[in-house]
Ligand binder design. Structure first.
Ligand SMILES: [Zn+2]
Ligand SMILES: [Zn+2]
Length: 379
């Protein structure tokens, strides 16, 4: 059995993630004394992505490529941020940021470490943080507390109750919608952290039981959850070592015991007699005269005429119970092979391969962030 040590398939995930900025266009008007002229209030609600030119804010859309347009492979991780501002608009603004990750939900079903028909999701987890510019005049928004038990603010999109259009707000609005006061030039920066982390999904397959581990590990290393499974498989005393040892024990037994049964089903072979001359002498002495004659023949003993026996080289039938011993060794090998097949490492590799194939077959996979600013009538 051979296991892929690392999923080599690069996921050609069309990872462009688009972000949209929208606002209400129902601009309020205000009566100016002496006439009916409608004035349009100054409206500067705008946003920029981390990769947009510094200081440039956009009022319609901006660049936000969560995955940096690169192919994503299992166990990758990263983060990206975007910033929005009221820009000193004339009115107060209530804002919201909504996320949609419905492309990352249930992808397919497949066999994971021998468990058939397991649900396969895109195994991404996310964490969102928010900061405000120095000297901000408005209270910072409160990021929602994700459901689920991953800890540290990490969440799986499948655990979030989204609206019918697939979006959910990233803010906790129990104390009211977050907003900018009139003339506020505060900037709010949202940072989205992401990980391909199968430890947060594997438990749902029934193929493995492991606590989700959101720690990412050092750059260039496997994340800790995968390293642990890798070590249990390939490390000293691990599953692979035990499987190879068990397979070698079967091979070694065959070569030590005549290569296996004869075509007639018997399994017999000769071995060099293990007895020392002294042991031969003792065995001979205990026998009857007739027994002595047979023993001398069987053990190549010759009377040299001086009363002692010379024991020449000779063989005897191997006394082992070959079938029983061989079958016991094969059973150990089969068990070791089954342990590999149902290992946690195999479960991760199967899951990642199924998810990567399913994602790669999609034309595009988008995670969308939608920022809205709604002007509040002057109070
Ligand atoms: Zn034997
Ligand atoms: Zn002998």
């Amino acid at each position: 059995m051979k296991l892929g040590r690392r999923i080599l398939l690069l996921l050609t995930l069309a990872a462009a993630s688009f972000a949209f900025l929208s606002m209400t266009f129902a601009r309020y008007t205000t009566a100016v004394s002496g006439g009916d002229t409608a004035l349009v209030a100054r409206w500067n609600f705008s946003a920029r992505g981390e990769d947009d030119p510094a200081g440039t804010f956009y009022t319609k859309g901006f660049t936000f490529d969560l995955f940096s347009a690169k192919s994503v492979s299992p166990m990758d991780s990263g983060h990206k941020s975007f910033t929005f501002t009221g820009g000193g608009s004339d009115t107060a603004i209530a804002y919201d940021v909504r996320m949609k990750a419905s492309d990352l939900l249930l992808l397919t079903r497949g066999t994971v470490a021998g468990t058939e028909n397991a649900d396969i999701y895109a195994p991404f987890i996310f964490r969102i943080t928010v900061s405000v510019s120095d000297g901000a005049c408005d209270a910072p928004p409160v990021v929602f507390t994700p459901p689920g038990a991953l800890g540290n603010g990490w969440f799986r999109p499948e655990d979030i109750a989204a609206a019918e259009d697939g979006f959910f707000s990233i803010f906790d609005k129990t104390a009211g919608a977050p907003g900018f006061s009139a003339a506020s030039a505060d900037q709010v920066t949202v940072t989205v952290f992401w990980q391909w982390n199968t430890s947060c999904y594997i438990g749902d397959t029934g193929a493995a039981s492991v606590a989700p581990d959101v720690s990412a590990g050092a750059p260039g290393d496997y994340p800790p959850y995968y390293q642990a499974a890798y070590d249990a498989y390939y490390g000293p005393g691990g599953l692979e070592e035990r499987r190879v040892a068990a397979a070698n024990a079967v091979t070694d037994y065959l070569s030590a015991h005549g290569g296996g049964p004869s075509p007639d089903g018997t399994w017999q072979h000769e071995i060099s007699c293990p007895l020392t001359p002294a042991q031969h002498d003792a065995a001979l002495a205990a026998l009857s005269p007739e027994g002595k004659e047979n023993y001398l023949l069987a053990h190549n003993g010759t009377d040299d005429g001086t009363g002692s026996i010379a024991w020449g080289a000779h063989t005897v039938p191997c006394p082992h119970d070959h079938y029983a011993e061989y079958n016991a060794l094969v059973a150990v090998e089969n068990a070791a092979t089954a342990d590999c097949r149902t290992s946690l490492l195999r479960a991760y590799d199967d899951y990642d391969t199924l998810a990567a194939d399913a994602l790669g077959a999609k034309e595009s996979v988008k995670v969308i962030f939608h920022i809205t600013g709604v002007q509040l009538a002057p109070g």
